[in-house]
Write a protein of this length. Sequence first.
Length: 186
Amino acid sequence: MQNFINTITRVEWGILGIAVLALLIALMAWRRAGRALQLIKNNPVVEEVLNEKPEQQVEQRPAVSLELTANKNDYDQITLELSNNGLLAARQVKLDIDKPENIYDAESLSSGIESANVTTSSAIMPRLAVLDAENKFPINEILPGKTIELPAALTMSHGKICDFPVTLKWKDENGTSQQKKLTLTV
């Protein structure tokens, strides 16, 4: 037996020590988990409180919540992002973009918003339109937590910031028609 112990190298002794240490840590964790399980079994009130919180949070979210944002890249190309942050799917989604409510000259913004507003003096009104809208609308379905990107075109707006009134219309999973009006700034 003494010969066998003498043939074990220091590296092997180190590995054996690490394995024993890992075994001790695993036993301590197992014992602690057993104590936690006993505590949960003895206090069922804790489980009920934990189960109530997610239900309350779920109820606070609306059934369907459509949001629309506009992203403009370095080449002045516009992408509209339509996202559903609600609990249910939105179906038969339609999007109507009207002429801009306010038009601001981007260069004049430093002197104040009132002086930058050129809505009444603008001879040519900018226009925002979704590309190939005839084939894209109505959107069949937007699932909860999903986003759809729609390429758009913005005309006659060089150096201008515009507020476009937008109307979103859709039906929820129950077949109820809904509508949301918002202002999209591009």
